[in-house]
Design a protein around this ligand. Structure first.
Ligand SMILES: Cc1cc2nc3c(=O)[nH]c(=O)nc-3n(C[C@H](O)[C@H](O)[C@H](O)COP(=O)(O)OP(=O)(O)OC[C@H]3O[C@@H](n4cnc5c(N)ncnc54)[C@H](O)[C@@H]3O)c2cc1C
Length: 423
C-alpha cells in the first residue's frame, strides 16, 4: 500500500561527512540534527519510501497507520514536543475503554476491577524492578484477581512478547494516561519530518568497513566514503546478517545485537460501521468466548475503522497459513463474541506482517530476562567511526518512535562532536 505522503527529497552530496543507514524515525532525526550542525549527510534507505516502521496509507480514503500510531508518554516524547512546536494537530487519547464480557457491555464493576488489577501490577513491577534481580517480568506479578489473565496478556501485547519472556528491569515506567494521536496519521507526520533531506531510496546497504581514515559503505548502487556512519536498521535485520561488517564488530557488541528477541505486534485493520464499540479512539477489550483478543483500538479518529491487534502468540498461530488467515481468524473471534449477524457489515481491509518484512523482521526489539544491559552496550561508538541508533537503544522509550527519535538525536550530537575533533 502506498504511503499517503511522500516527502520531497534532495540528492546526496558528493562527499558526505556522515552516511546514515535507514530513513526511519531514528535516521530522519539523526539526519536533521547533523545537517542543522553543518554536516554533509547522505541517507541510504532500502525501501522505496521513508518512515520505516511508521507509515500511513489511505484505506477507503482514510489515512490509517499500518505501523506506529500512538505518540506514547507525552511528557518525555520528543516527537510530542516537536509536534507542538510545528503546530501539528494532536488529540489526547481517551481514558475510557469499551469492555465486553461474553458479547455484552461489561458494566462499571469489571472495568473498575481491571483498572485496579493494572494499578497493582504496575506497583509490583516497579517495586520488584527496584529491589530484586532481573527476572521474567511475569514472575513479579502478584495474584491479580479475576481479571489478572487479561492484565498479563495486555502487558505481553505492548511488550511484543509474552510477559514471561520479557526482562523485568526493562519494563518501562510509562504513564499511559498521557498518549496522543496526530491528525493525518503518525506515519505521515514522520514522513513530513523527512522533507528536504538527502535520501537515496531503494538503496540497501550491503557492507560497512572502517579504519582510521574513514568508513566505506557498499550498496546495491555503488560505494560511498565518509568520516562516520550511523546504522539505524532494526536489530532483527542486523541479526539476519543483511549488512556485512567487513571490519569486525567488537565481540560484546555482536553479542548484544544477537541477544534481542523479536517483538511482534500486528494490526488487522477492520472497517466495521455497525460495531458495538462506543466513542472514538478507545481501547476495547473482549472477555469470554473461545478466544480473547489481546486488544482492539476502536473507531479510530471517529471513523468506522478499528485495529484488531495481534500479539506474538496469535501472530505465530497464523504463520505459515494463507494470506486470508488473519481475516478468517478475526471474523471467527468477533462472531464468537457478538454473533454472526453483528459482523455482517465487517470487512477486513489489511493485516500487517512486519515480522516477515525483510527490512524490519519484527515490530521492535525485546530484551529477554537477565539481559537488561544490552541496550546500553550498543551505545558505545565503534572506533569513533560507527554508531548505532534505533528504538532498540532507548532505555525509557524502547519500541516507540519517541525512543527512535531520542536515539537518533543523541547519536547525531556525538557524531557532530567527533567531526569537530576530526576537522
Ligand atoms: C504494528 C506496529 C505498531 C506500532 N505501534 C507503535 C505506536 O503506536 N507508537 C510508537 O511509538 N511505536 C510503535 N511501534 C514501534 C515503532 O514503529 C518503532 O519503534 C519505530 O518506528 C522504529 O524506528 P527506527 O528508526 O528505530 O526503525 P525503522 O523505522 O525500522 O527504520 C529503519 C530503517 O532502516 C531501513 N533499512 C533496513 N535495512 C536496511 C539496509 N540494509 N540498508 C538501508 N536501509 C535499511 C528500513 O527500511 C527502515 O526504513 C509500532 C510498530 C509496529 C510494527
Amino acid at each position: 500500500m502506498l504511503p499517503v505522503f511522500a516527502p520531497t527529497l534532495t540528492p546526496l552530496p558528493n562527499d558526505p561527512d556522515v552516511v546514515i543507514v535507514g530513513a526511519g524515525t531514528a535516521g530522519i532525526a539523526a539526519a536533521r540534527h547533523l545537517i542543522a550542525q553543518g554536516a554533509r549527510v547522505a541517507v541510504l534507505e532500502a525501501r522505496s519510501r521513508v518512515g520505516g516502521r511508521a507509515v500511513t496509507s489511505a484505506i477507503k480514503g482514510h489515512p490509517l497507520d499500518l505501523g506506529a500510531h500512538w505518540l506514547h508518554n507525552g511528557p518525555i516524547n520528543p516527537l510530542v514536543r516537536l509536534a507542538r512546536e510545528r503546530r501539528e494537530r494532536l488529540r489526547l487519547a481517551p481514558q475510557e475503554r469499551n469492555l465486553f464480557i461474553d458479547g455484552r457491555p461489561g458494566g462499571s464493576l469489571p472495568g473498575a476491577l481491571i483498572g485496579r488489577a493494572f494499578a497493582i501490577a504496575d506497583r509490583a513491577l516497579r517495586n520488584a524492578a527496584r529491589q530484586g534481580p532481573d527476572l521474567p517480568a511475569a514472575k513479579a506479578l502478584p495474584s491479580l484477581g479475576l481479571y489478572g489473565r487479561q492484565v498479563t496478556k495486555i502487558h505481553g501485547l505492548i511488550s511484543g512478547r509474552p510477559f514471561d519472556q520479557v526482562s523485568l528491569h526493562d519494563v518501562p515506567d510509562m504513564d499511559y494516561g498521557d498518549n496522543f494521536f496526530i491528525a493525518g496519521g503518525l506515519g505521515a507526520y514522520i514522513a513530513r519530518l523527512a522533507s528536504g533531506l538527502p535520501v537515496a531510496l531503494n538503496t540497501p546497504v550491503e557492507d560497512i568497513a572502517w579504519s582510521k581514515e574513514g568508513v566505506r559503505i557498499t550498496t546495491s548502487a555503488g560505494t560511498l566514503k565518509a568520516r562516520a556512519v550511523v546504522v539505524t536498521t532494526p536489530m532483527a535485520v542486523l541479526q539476519q546478517g543483511v549488512i556485512r561488517f567487513s571490519t569486525r564488530l567488537p565481540e560484546a557488541l555482536q553479542n548484544a545485537i544477537h541477544c534481542f528477541t523479536q517483538g511482534v505486534y500486528e494490526h488487522v485493520v477492520l472497517h466495521w460501521p455497525g460495531s458495538p464499540f462506543q466513542g472514538a479512539d478507545r481501547l476495547s477489550q473482549l472477555i469470554g468466548g473461545h478466544t480473547e483478543p489481546p486488544g482492539l483500538l476502536s473507531r479510530i479518529d471517529g471513523t468506522p475503522f478499528h485495529f484488531f491487534e495481534l500479539d506474538q502468540p496469535h501472530a505465530a498461530h497464523l504463520d505459515g497459513r494463507d494470506a486470508d488467515a488473519p481475516a478468517r481468524f478475526v471474523r471467527r473471534v468477533l462472531s464468537d463474541h457478538f454473533g454472526h449477524r453483528a459482523i455482517r457489515d465487517l470487512s477486513v481491509c489489511a493485516a500487517t506482517t512486519w515480522r516477515h518484512d525483510p527490512w524490519s523482521r519484527a515490530s521492535w526489539a525485546v530484551v529477554p530476562p537477565g539481559l537488561v544491559s544490552i541496550r546500553d552496550a550498543l551505545k558505545a561508538p565503534v572506533d569513533d567511526r560507527l554508531w548505532f541508533a534505533s528504538e532498540a537503544l532507548s532505555r525509557a522509550q524502547w519500541g516507540t518512535v519517541g525512543g527512535a527519535w531520542e536515539e537518533g538525536t543523541r547519536v547525531a550530537g556525538e557524531v557532530a562532536e567527533r567531526l569537530k575533533i576530526d576537522a
